[in-house]
Design a protein around this ligand. Structure first.
Ligand code: MOS
Length: 719
């Protein structure tokens, strides 16, 4: 497949709208009569809500309603079955009882005729509590941890076989909680069109899923709920489920009988829409004298909330990444008095890979082996976990491409021994793995007599460039310029698509576009007769047959190959860092990321996707750290002044390379996912490079200067 006459691929089809402010995000709409809601949060982490004094707020200017647990209309889907005191474990249920489960949990929703008035009135809310003794420290609660779903422990081969190896290391690795923090705040506008009909403009990664969830929460027929989410300014997993603020806005709209807009403030984004869970891990890994892995044991304990058993699955990577007969994994979660974690880009694989790929790096120094050689020695030619052949795997090509581009031969295996311009300099590498998924989706394709093709699919585009990908695929199949293609998405009345998650959308919706366009083209060729031209003149054919348009709607799904093959995407990240010897400041010098994710359908947006993931990985490695003051159970750095993410000045040139060899089985385009592998492994590559530069190993992210300067303390703390 060519890329529509442009070797670099199509520019974002919605790029002009995004940069000129004419792309409307959920909170940009203004239905007639719209009013504003603001949440007031609890100031304790655990206990019982005794009362909420709403009087002052109610009397404040412009206030239309103050809703609390005590006056909230019943939410049909949250009612407990007779005789039950507690709801089933799961996502937080808004205002269903008087229990406080985490700091910042809403205790009131204030609705007013302006945002400022709602915000002011929310400051007048006074709640009283009977506080309980909260637990918000993961380390203090290791003893309470339990295996999620009872499936925490599994062994392939011999238990803890690494202990018998000639060369072995055992180390602990810790990641803090990290918050998605997309640029666009989570927001919703809720409008009741009738007592049983609802329209929402909502930030979501899947309008159909949101429609389903809202149907369950409000006990409405699905078709009575319209969900719009045409533009989404990033989400990374935070918009994969309906959260409490969405329910709050919908209830508020019911109470005031007007459309209600509720946008979370940045500090709410730290407590109300999930995060990557703070996780402790321990790896035992051993190899024989030739560097062949003898065994891996990967343990993890992650935090969850008291009301949901969130299972991030961080240890799975150690079961599939390398050829190793003996792998033991143990995973537990500890329930704390915090809001629930959720999926965050790369989810468990990103967490687990930091530990595994750091440990492998440590092993390479013990063996005096180049870390790439060590990986190639243990290259898995078939999936070690399922025994199935891979549908495609070109990771060796990726190692080679990346090593060539970054100049890996210049790396000094001796750590802490290279100084350039007064900075300690080092190189690091890490691999990444993520399942390549293909779900089912439907696309409608309509060719009209003016030669314009309209593609419709309900899928959300949270930023990777889904509409551009769809236009690229269609332009290729139809043989028409992308300017003649209109993409409609992010609307629950359009044909089915799954959530934009799990790096599956190009493989899923791209395939549906591919199939719909192939089918439509064939219809034209049949209409034209004589077998038809390879390049039909669609407008002429419609004119010849006195037709205004021709359309097709296709459902597309994976075949039996999905069961026969193990399908994965792979990445490898190469990093060069400079570390200042007296201040411990880490400067990213170069980054080369190589993705093996099949055929690249949309080169420009693919490149951006990889660069974005690498930047997020740099944040994970060097900056991001959610800090709880355990005296109060409160997140104290809940803002962008104190919670650091990379800015332009932190980011070097990042080269994104693609093996670009099609997968023969996942779909007819040969395209696999890349959103998660862009991040997975990046943090380990950075910290491995820091070790190579300094000889100091920081095993607790983020790698901040204080830890490098006090590395003796860090060593003592981690072992
Ligand atoms: Mo992703 S964590 O599947 O949005």
């Amino acid at each position: 497949m060519k890329s529509n006459n442009n070797p670099k691929g199509l520019s974002r089809v919605d790029g002009r709208r995004k940069v000129t402010g004419t792309a409307w995000y959920s909170a940009d709409y203004k239905p007639a009569g719209m009013v504003y809601a603001v949440l007031a949060g609890s100031t304790i982490a655990k206990g019982t809500l005794l009362s909420v004094d709403t009087k002052a707020a109610e009397q404040a200017p412009g206030v239309l309603a103050v809703i609390t647990h005590f006056n909230c209309p019943a939410i049909p889907g949250y009612q407990l079955e007779a005789g039950k005191k507690e709801p089933e474990k799961g996502t937080y249920k808004f205002f269903y009882n008087n229990r406080i489960l985490f700091y910042g949990q809403p205790v009131a929703v204030v609705v007013a005729n302006s945002f400022e008035r709602a915000l002011y009135a929310s400051s007048l809310i006074k709640a009283t509590y009977k506080a309980g003794e909260h637990q918000t420290s993961l380390r203090d609660n290791f003893g309470k941890a339990f295996p999620p779903n009872g499936t925490g422990l599994t062994t392939r081969g011999t238990d803890d076989a690494w202990k018998t190896a000639a060369y072995k290391i055992e180390q602990e690795y810790v990641i803090p909680s990290e918050v998605h923090n997309p640029m666009e705040l989570h927001g919703i506008i809720a409008q009741w069109d009738a007592p049983d009909k609802l329209t929402v403009w909502d930030k979501t990664q899947g309008v159909k899923d949101t429609q389903d969830e809202l149907a369950g929460i409000f006990k409405l027929p699905k078709e009575n709920i319209q969900v719009n989410s045409e533009f989404v300014g990033g989400a990374f997993g935070s918009a994969l489920q309906v959260w409490q603020h969405e329910v709050a806005a919908i209830i508020a709209a019911k109470v005031v009988k007007k459309p209600v807009k509720l946008v979370l403030a940045r500090d709410d984004m730290f407590t109300s829409v999930g995060y990557r869970p703070h996780t402790w891990q321990k790896i035992g890994i051993g190899a024989d004298e030739n560097g062949k892995l003898v065994g891996i044991t990967h343990e993890a304990i992650g935090q969850t909330s008291t009301y949901e058993d969130f299972d991030e699955g961080p240890v799975g990577v150690s079961r599939s990444m390398y050829a190793c007969s003996n792998v033991t994994t143990r995973y537990k979660i500890a329930a704390l008095d915090v809001g629930s974690p959720t999926w965050m880009r790369g989810p468990g694989e990103a967490t687990g890979t930091f530990a595994l790929e750091s440990a492998l790096d440590e092993l390479s120094y013990l063996l005096h082996t180049d870390p790439i050689d060590l990986r190639i020695k243990n290259y898995a030619e078939t999936d070690p976990e399922s025994g199935k052949p891979f549908s495609s795997k070109f990771l060796k090509d990726a190692y080679q491409m990346g090593a060539d581009h970054i100049g890996w031969h210049e790396r000094n295996q001796q750590p802490g021994a290279t100084i350039q311009d007064g900075w300690l300099t080092g190189y690091g590498v890490s691999g990444g793995i993520f399942g390549a998924y293909r779900d089912h989706a439907s696309v409608k394709a309509v060719m009209s007599s003016d030669g314009k093709l309209t593609l419709s699919c309900s899928v959300s585009d949270i930023g990777p460039g889904t509409s551009t990908m769809m236009a690229s695929v269609a332009a290729e199949v139809m043989g028409i310029p992308a300017q003649n293609i209109i993409v409609k998405l992010g609307d629950s009345s359009l044909p089915y698509a799954p959530q934009q998650g799990g790096s599956s959308i190009t493989a899923t919706v791209g395939s549906a576009v591919n199939d719909a366009c192939a089918n439509l083209k064939e219809k034209f060729q049949q209409l034209a007769g004589n077998g038809g031209s390879d390049h039909p003149d669609y407008a002429q054919i419609l004119k010849d047959h006195k037709l205004l348009q021709l359309d097709t709607a296709i459902e597309s799904k994976g075949g039996p190959e999905g069961d026969k093959y193990a399908m994965y995407s792979w990445s490898v990240h190469f990093v060069k860092v400079k570390v200042h010897p007296t201040t411990g400041v880490v400067k990213m010098d170069r980054v080369v990321c190589v993705a093996d994710c099949g055929h690249i359908v949309s080169p420009k947006t693919a490149r951006s996707q990889i660069i974005g993931g690498a930047i997020m990985g740099i944040g994970m490695a060097l900056m991001e750290d959610t800090v709880i003051d355990h005296r109060y159970g409160k997140i104290v750095n809940n803002n962008f002044a104190d919670y650091h993410v990379p800015v332009n000045a932190d980011i070097p040139q990042i080269e994104a390379l693609f093996v670009n060899k099609p997968d023969p089985y996942i779909n007819s385009m040969g395209a696999k996912g890349m959103g998660e592998i862009a991040l997975i492994g990046m943090a380990a590559a950075v910290s491995n490079a820091v070790y190579n530069a300094t000889g100091k190993r920081v095993r607790e992210l983020p790698v901040t200067p204080d830890k490098l300067l006090q590395s003796d303390l860090v060593e003592a703390h981690s072992s």
